[in-house]
Design a protein around this ligand. Structure first.
Ligand SMILES: O=P(O)(O)OC[C@H]1O[C@H](O[C@H]2O[C@H](CO)[C@@H](O)[C@H](O)[C@H]2O)[C@H](O)[C@@H](O)[C@@H]1O
Length: 366
C-alpha cells in the first residue's frame, strides 16, 4: 500500500437515511461567534504570525476547564450550550437514528485515545484507561473492525490500550499498523498493513525533542513528549504567566526547522512534519486497507475530543458518509454531527452498539 494509492474521493455530500428530518447532514456550523474567533486563532497559528498574544489566547482556549470558560458558563452561556446541543445532539439520545443509518452497512469504528477512552489527567504518562473501558473496546472490536487513532506514538498508545486485535494509527495517523492478533475481521492484506508516511522525519524529530527538553527546563511544569513522528510540549501544569515564554521558546526552536509546523491540542503544543497527512487521511487509508475504498456499504464511526480529530470529522462530511462524534461537555466549533460528554458516555455508547449489533440478526456479518 503506498501513499499514492490513498484517494480522497470528491463525492457530493449526501444525507444519511433517517436523520435528515431531525438535523441536517452535514450539520450546520456552531455559533458564528465561536466560529469566527476560532478561524482568527487558527489563521494566526497557521501563518506563524509572531503575534504571541494570539498564541497565548489560543493556549488559554485550548481547554474549556480554564477559569474564564467556567466564568463564561456561570455568566449564562447555558443558552449557547443548548443551541449547540441542538446542532450536535447526544449520540446516546440519537442512538436509534445512528444505528438506523447503518442499515445494510458495515460499521468500522475509529476511536481517539486521550479524552475519549481515558479521562484527561495532569500527567500524560498516567492517562490510563479503565478495565471496563478496555472490555467495552474489546467487545466492539469483536463485532466491528476497530482502530485507535491517536496523537501519541503507536507503541505508547498500545501500552495503554493493550488490545492486539485492533488497528493502531499513532502520531496523528503517521504510524499505522494492522492487528497483531487475528480476528474475524482480519483480512490478509489488512492485517499486514503498515504505513509510515513521515519516516524521513524521525531524526529531525529526535533533534527537536532533545532541543526542546533542554530549552524548556526553565519552565516549571512543562513536559516534552517524544511521539516518534511528532513532539508534544505540554503546558497543563505550567503557570499561565509562563505560557507566552514557553510558546516563544518552542517557536524559536522551530525557526531552524521549516519542514516542521506547530499546532495545538488540549493544553499541548504539537510539533509535526508539514506533510499533508493527518487523522483524516489515516481514516481513509484504513478504510481502503479494509477494502472499503469508494464503497457505499460502510459506515465509519469516529469518536474524538480534540482539534486533530476535526480532520477525521471533515473527511466524513466530505464523503457524505459516517458518523462523527465529538467528546465534549462544552460548545465547540466542530465538524462532528453528534456529541458525547465524557469517556463514561463513550463507553455507554460502545456497549449499546455492541448489544444492538448482537440482537440485530439481519446485520451483514464479516
Ligand atoms: O489524539 P489523542 O489520543 O487524543 O492524543 C492527543 C494528545 O494526548 C495526550 O495529551 C493530552 O492528554 C494528557 C493526559 O490526559 C493531558 O495531560 C494533556 O494535557 C492532553 O493534551 C498526549 O500526552 C499527547 O502526546 C497527545 O498528542
Amino acid at each position: 500500500m503506498t501513499k499514492q494509492s490513498v484517494v480522497v474521493p470528491e463525492v457530493a455530500v449526501a444525507t444519511p437515511p433517517n436523520t435528515a428530518a431531525l438535523f441536517p447532514y452535514p450539520p450546520p456550523r456552531a455559533m458564528p461567534g465561536v466560529a469566527v474567533r476560532k478561524k482568527y486563532l487558527q489563521a494566526q497559528m497557521e501563518l506563524g504570525s509572531g503575534l504571541m498574544s494570539g498564541w497565548v489566547e489560543s493556549m488559554r482556549a485550548s481547554s474549556p476547564t480554564h477559569a474564564k470558560a467556567a466564568a463564561a458558563l456561570a455568566a449564562g452561556v447555558d443558552d449557547e450550550h443548548a443551541a449547540w446541543m441542538a446542532k450536535h445532539p447526544s449520540a446516546l439520545t440519537m442512538f436509534d437514528q445512528i444505528v438506523a443509518a447503518s442499515k445494510g452497512k458495515r460499521i468500522v469504528m475509529f476511536l481517539d485515545y486521550d479524552g475519549t477512552l481515558s479521562p484527561i489527567v495532569d500527567d500524560p504518562d498516567a492517562a490510563f484507561m479503565s478495565d471496563t473501558m478496555r472490555l467495552a473496546v474489546r467487545s466492539v472490536a469483536k463485532q466491528f473492525p476497530t482502530a485507535i487513532v491517536s496523537g501519541r506514538c503507536r507503541d505508547k498508545v498500545f501500552d495503554f490500550v493493550k488490545l492486539a486485535e485492533l488497528y493502531y494509527a499513532g502520531s496523528h495517523g503517521m504510524d499505522i499498523k494492522g492487528p497483531a492478533k487475528a480476528s474475524r475481521h482480519t483480512k490478509a492484506k489488512a492485517k499486514g498493513v503498515l504505513f509510515q508516511p513521515a519516516s524521513e522525519f524521525i531524526p529531525m524529530i529526535q533533534q527537536v525533542n532533545e532541543s526542546l527538553i533542554e530549552k524548556t527546563k526553565c519552565i516549571p511544569g512543562s513536559k516534552v513528549e517524544n511521539n516518534k513522528f511528532c513532539v508534544s510540549v505540554h503546558f497543563r501544569c505550567v503557570e499561565e504567566k509562563s505560557w507566552s515564554t514557553l510558546a516563544d521558546i518552542v517557536k524559536a526552536v522551530l525557526k531552524d526547522y521549516p519542514k516542521l509546523k506547530l499546532t495545538q491540542g488540549r493544553k499541548v503544543l504539537e510539533i509535526r512534519p508539514t506533510i499533508k497527512w493527518d487523522k483524516g487521511k489515516a481514516l481513509e487509508f484504513l478504510l481502503e486497507s479494509l477494502g472499503f475504498a469508494d464503497c457505499s456499504n460502510v459506515l465509519p464511526v469516529y469518536i474524538g475530543d480534540d482539534r486533530t480529530d476535526e480532520d477525521a470529522f471533515k473527511v466524513l462530511r466530505k464523503r457524505g458518509q459516517g458518523v462523527g462524534i465529538l467528546v465534549s461537555k462544552h460548545a465547540k466549533d466542530t465538524n462532528a454531527s453528534y456529541s458525547l460528554q465524557e469517556p463514561a458516555e463513550v463507553m455507554e455508547f460502545l456497549l449499546r452498539l455492541v448489544e444492538w449489533d448482537r440482537l440485530s440478526k439481519s446485520r451483514p456479518r464479516w
